[in-house]
Design a protein around this ligand. Structure first.
Ligand code: ATP
Length: 267
């Protein structure tokens, strides 16, 4: 796990508010990610996680900084180069149902990226869709279903299959398990860990749940008010962190997940 895939330096995003004040949503963020590594990005609401993801996905223009994917600063790419880059960096969103077109069947959802990139012939569609569903442990029985005929967890599996269709090197999961209940969350995390082992993908896993992220991320960046305030490795005992914010986050998440688990047991 030594090959550097992503090198982010001094990434900053300032928003000018209606009252003309400047809000710095991300402030001088710097970190790297290697091939096959999982980086957890954790922080409470408003800490700048989504803004960071939006900049990585080129949906938001940074005020300052560099995003190197392999040897290229992707902020300098033209439209054609961005189109060519897209397959390499894919994303899974928080709300699986909202990110699937309700009028499309699963077979069309998972193969759409391949048709967009002219990487699939119509005659091979069904076979490829089956392969993609198999990756996320769904049988071919789901191919003809619509999103509203799936559970939240099944829907998120379909979204992951769609994100994997183009065989990305980097998968960005933005609160990808937050809308799911605790046991389904665990299944999706296990699935991501297995897929990562198979494909050697780099995963950026954005979440407010520090305890969850610690269970599988190789490195964790803790964000507060747009700044990375703590960096933790998997081996590190989170309770040993000297950063007060990390401790607060840990305590609040522990109590929240305890409540969730209790409710699950009660039901
Ligand atoms: N387009 C925008 N214009 C102005 N301010 C913005 C904009 N987008 C985000 N912000 C502000 O930037 C800060 C960081 O927001 P961001 O959505 O990145 O946080 P977050 O950690 O992803 O929160 P959440 O988990 O609730 O989505 C917040 O104060 C937010 O209000």
């Amino acid at each position: 796990m030594s090959e550097l895939i992503l090198d982010i330096q001094g990434l900053t995003k300032e928003f000018i508010l209606p009252n003309k004040e400047t809000l710095t949503a991300c402030d001088q963020l710097s970190f790297t990610a290697k091939k096959g590594q999982t980086i957890g990005i954790v922080g409470e609401s408003g800490s700048g996680k989504s803004t960071l993801v939006n900049m990585l996905m080129l949906m938001e223009t940074p005020t300052q900084g560099k995003i190197h994917y392999r040897e290229k600063n992707i902020l300098n790419l033209n439209r054609r180069e961005i189109w060519q880059l897209r397959p390499n960096i894919q994303m899974v969103f928080q709300s699986p149902t909202a990110s699937i077109n309700p009028k499309m069947k699963v077979i069309d959802v998972v193969t759409e990226p391949l048709f967009n990139y002219k990487r699939l012939k119509a005659k091979d569609k069904r076979k490829k869709a089956q392969e993609l569903l198999a990756l996320v442990d769904l049988s071919e029985e789901y191919l003809e279903r619509y999103a509203h005929h799936l559970s939240g967890g099944q829907c998120q599996r379909v979204c992951i299959a769609r994100a994997l269709a183009l065989n990305p090197e980097i998968l960005i999961c933005d609160e990808a398990t937050s809308a799911l209940d605790v046991s389904v969350q665990k299944n999706i995390i296990d699935l991501l860990i297995n897929l990562q082992k198979k494909n050697n993908m780099t995963i950026l896993f954005v979440s407010h749940d520090l305890a969850l992220v610690q269970s599988f991320a190789h490195e964790i960046l803790v964000m507060q008010n747009g700044v990375i305030v703590d960096r933790l490795s998997q081996e590190q005992n989170l309770n040993a962190s000297e950063v007060t914010y990390t401790q607060c986050l840990l305590n609040s998440v522990y109590s929240l997940s305890k409540v969730k688990q209790r409710l699950l047991l009660e039901n």
